[in-house]
Design a protein around this ligand. Sequence first.
Ligand code: UD1
Length: 418
Amino acid sequence: MVSRFVVCGGNKLSGSAEVQGSKNSALPLLAATVLLNGESVLYNCPDLSDVDASMRILRYLGCEAKREGSALVIKSSGVCRDDIPDCLMREMRSSIVFLGAVLSRCGRAAMTFPGGCELGPRPIDLHLKALRTLGAEVVERHGVIECNARNGLRGAKIALSFPSVGATENIILAAVTADGTTTVTNAAREPEITDLCEFLNSAGARIYGAGEGVIVIDGVESLSGVNHTIIPDRIVAATLMSAAAVTGSDIEIEGIIQAHLGSIIPIFEESGCDIKCECGSMRVKAPERLGAMPYIRTMPYPGFPTDAQPPVMAAAALCDGTSVFAESIFENRFKHADGLIRLGADIKVENKVAVVKGVKSLYGARIEAQDLRGAAGLIVAALAAEGKSEIGGIEYLERGYENFEILLSSLGAEVLKV
Ligand code: UD1
């Protein structure tokens, strides 16, 4: 459904807010359930349109998938299909992680190229090359990717030329029940990869080195259903930190893992926020006006996450000084800059660098979000803008943020979804 947020900016935020479960963990975990025999329960699973899309894919494949409060219950014993129709693939980028899982489970997988936010070209060459190395025959014809491994997949050595998150997940899902040992060098080290490996290991897999650059997977015969709690969403935590910082507020963010925010906390500290973490909770006390941020370059984990760049840029828009953002992961990830400029920000974008000269005030305006994290950035800025803003494109936001208007309102912001 097409909806808009109406934000009356200027309120200080206060009180505490709980961070939802991680979207980027939930999606590969849901794909992984295809490989399990029996029932699995995923606790702390955010209620998002991308999660709904994954559940629709699971049901199409023959699994039972239902939501019980914040938990998802999946039974995969009935998997009876090895294809995913285009309409389901197009709903999100992450649909591609079903490729490794379905291929591993069925010995064949056929699907079209995935959809997702337009952040520039998002090839899947690393995914397909890795599956070929594991012994799959991969044919791309008329936009359909068809993978065959009738005699099963075989463990192999795979060196990724870039630590792609999705490719690392696909390799893990394909190799977990392959014959023999797979070694992935230059693997992605994101916490969501570690969460996936912990889930699979408790289901009987033998994966070593998750969170490090080299992952070793000893193939096992079969995996059984498990119960698992999804890690907190570090990008939602970064968004709330940005919201506190831009409004000069003092808030508590509950349910975080401090280590996952290791590249984000120092940015806010250097711009003047007082941040204290204790027992899974973080207090962010922002100054009346933020100082300039240190140079930010997005990098694979443990570097600064590209997904946090838009909300943090929104906070930088009101800094006392100039902040520089270099985007090294995606080609086209400054689309939110246009919306921020409409609110009065002073931002110059050249290729993959954005220079943000802090202004004293932002002013409410009608703006349009163009991707998921960009939507979060525009909302963060609107919280601090004088007067009323209307933000369209909320369907992007809802792919990754659960009831965000309710969360922000509980902190004292004036946000209405219409
Ligand atoms: C995941 C996250 C996304 C995040 C991104 C980078 C999920 C659901 N999504 O996306 O939120 O922004 O990591 O942290 O977890 N690349 C190739 N060939 C490939 C694969 C990737 O060239 O086969 C390139 C991409 O074009 C991009 C870069 O590698 O420039 C990073 O992509 P990748 O790490 O794969 O991101 P996703 O898994 O798509």
